[in-house]
Design a protein. Structure first.
Length: 75
């Protein structure tokens, strides 16, 4: 009984096995590349959105005035 991971014995079978392994490797590589690019894009978009909102929030905060500061309400 042969192991499931061992190469088949025949010459035509070896060619089919090697083509199958190359195809699987190409598909796995393409999936890794695609998911990696999606992840990088998500990180870039998210970091720009977060940094953009903190910069705009900082620019909208008024300068300190002579009025007494109000104590923030806790929720």
């Amino acid at each position: 009984m042969r192991s499931a991971l061992s190469a088949p014995a025949g010459d035509g079978d070896r060619e089919l096995f090697s083509r199958t392994i190359r195809t699987v490797a190409a598909l796995v590589g393409a999936c890794v590349l695609f998911v990696g690019l999606l992840s990088i894009t998500a990180v870039v978009v998210t970091s720009r959105a977060v940094s953009g909102s903190s910069l705009s929030a900082a620019s909208e905060t008024p300068l300190p005035s002579s009025a007494p500061a109000k104590k923030p309400l806790s929720i």
